[in-house]
Design a protein around this ligand. Sequence first.
Ligand code: NAD
Length: 370
Amino acid sequence: MPANKKLLILPGDGIGPEVMAEVRRVVDWFDKRQAIRFDVDEDLVGGCAIDAHGVPLADATMDKAMNADAVLLGAVGGPKWDDLPFENKPERGLLRLRKDMALYANLRPAICFDALVGASSLKPEVVSGLDIMIVRELTGGVYFGTPRGIEDLPNGTRRGVNTQVYTTPEIHRAARVGFELARKRGNKVCSVEKANVMETGVLWRQEVQKLHDAEYADVELSHMYADNCAMQLVRNPKQFDVIVTDNLFGDMLSDEAAMLTGSLGMLPSASLGDADATGRRKALYEPVHGSAPDITGKGVANPLACVLSFAMMLRYSFDLGDDASLIERSVEAILASGKRTADIAVPGEKTISTAEMGQAIVAELEKLAD
Ligand code: NAD
């Protein structure tokens, strides 16, 4: 029997704890089957950590995250903490996790479940069967480059500066994640930048090509300008398998791609860092949605984004692709049977609660695993 996996769960604020309670049912189900055993620790992040410790992420919690095999986060933030200064806001807890764990690759799948084709704003034939993975570089580029700032000019006007900067290793490690993923999927990578107007784009294109030629010649590689990619994502998204792009373009393109599939309540994500000497890769999994204060406490939040984030954890941290698929197939079956939380229901359709959705997943897992 392999050693138990150390899992740190950070439910956070708002609907975070509500959706995480349903993920715990799924974790417990896997634990009971003994296929994979977890040592689960739970702690505070975001507004609840501010209330308890005065900071959005206590040092002791950060230590736990550094020592965990994987971290699963719910959501942070809410109106109660909106007026705090920027450095003390709940979101700083999340940013500290990403920074201290050096999570440089953000994976955002955009999968359109057949039963939810109607929820997309695009035509069914454009999105049906859609399965894209966007890899966004997360720790470099214009969001972090220096010089940056706003300065007063002698003539009384002001000047704002941000700097887009990338180095070869930063580009290679993000692209490597994309190529490795592609090999396990459709074997195609589209690298996206603006090489027509930005030097960092020229470097990005050249370095991705170099890495491809040296180590990933078996993967089909294409290059595309970011503006064209934005257009192609709504014109013909199924042409893509894996998209690899920088921090800024990835921020926008991943939101755009995600919305092709319908609701925020369905979207998982993973953020990966480097592997240590034992092969353990730092990793944080979280739904894309926030703490949804408008529905907090009503028992109506969709837990599927968080459940699917856990599935990503099984696949990318623990190499348990079959178990991840089992969860994904359960979700597909539940949706096909017509079960819907309010966010993915059409007007007039019967809806189920957060807890009922959690129960339905476990029941479906039981059925599929038989
Ligand atoms: P949000 O994602 O919380 O909510 C946007 C809309 O989507 C709301 O109407 C909400 O009810 C709905 N929604 C979101 N998740 C849902 C789910 N699982 N099921 C059903 N409906 C769902 O974004 P927001 O309203 O802009 O932000 C609310 C708070 O969350 C803010 O404090 C913001 O800073 C924070 N936030 C946190 C994260 C994070 O923790 N990663 C991400 C985004 C926003």
